[in-house]
Design a protein around this ligand. Sequence first.
Ligand code: 13P
Length: 345
Amino acid sequence: MTITQELESTISKLAIRGKGILAADESTATITKRFEAVGISSDEEARRTYREILMTTAGANQFIAGVILFEETLNQKNAQGIAFPEALIKMGILPGIKVDKGLVPLANTQAENITQGLDGLTERLINYKAKGACFAKWRAVYAISATTPSSLIIQTNAEILARYAAICQEQGIVPIVEPEVLIDGDHTLARCEEVSTPAFHAVFEALYRHKVKLEYIVLKPSMIINGKTCTQKASIAEVADATLRVLKRTVPAAVPTINFLSGGQTSEQATAHLNAINQTGILPWNVSYSYARALQDYCMKTWQGQAKNIPAAQAAFYKRAKLNSLAAKGEYTDAMENETTSQVA
Ligand code: 13P
């Protein structure tokens, strides 16, 4: 296959209406924090077992097109001794890989962070691809305060995201481009809209400058939403309207699929917002999910690190995957939250 054929093949499998992406690529530090919050102690085997629970949930492949892995998981095997990427491919799920190396402060800003990991990226991609990865993820963050995000962070993040995306495509890897405007703080929805618009616009301007082929990317943005501690809570319709307004103004129709991050919304909120966005009529892109917490929270809490809880944990994951799949088609209702979801493989 040529590089273009590889990119075409991958994006055609990721951009299927009603299917989304599971982000299971938490760094060791992050998953340890999430485990500890629900009383699970984190070692390599616990992380392997937990991720196997997610990936082997029977029937989840109806709703999940791809899984983003952390490097540790890419190199681990399932209980049958099959490497996780190979096991996923057998289930019709594409393996992806987080390739950024986390956040570092950007000098001359008010404690704003950029994402590192461009050095040696080509060599790492060659290695990940040999292990089965066909798409990648890179996350850039923007913190909202009265004076941030600065234009310096907006320009720098855009440039780095575009360089990463160009390097991925050169290797036949579809890049997930993730600009995350953080939910932390007391800002209003209007303020989130005000800063997300130039942030997303700058990303697409940089992608253009770096000659990234928009047909072969996944955009993974945050939704336009009020800050976590804001007293003015936006309605589901307000979040959907503002999110679409910003995306329509900044994201070219050549982008095949937009897969949101959940960003600290509850599982139910993330599903309801996605559903409302998809109920607004015909959109230029497929609009779906690439959630970590909103797909995993109930599963992790139910598992508690104990083998006897695995069936219930898988049922919890199946339910969130199914409801988000319905939301990606605008077919979810909140009454479904109270129905028992039967797990059908
Ligand atoms: P959340 O859905 O928990 O925000 O995670 C998505 C993700 O992959 C962050 O990079």
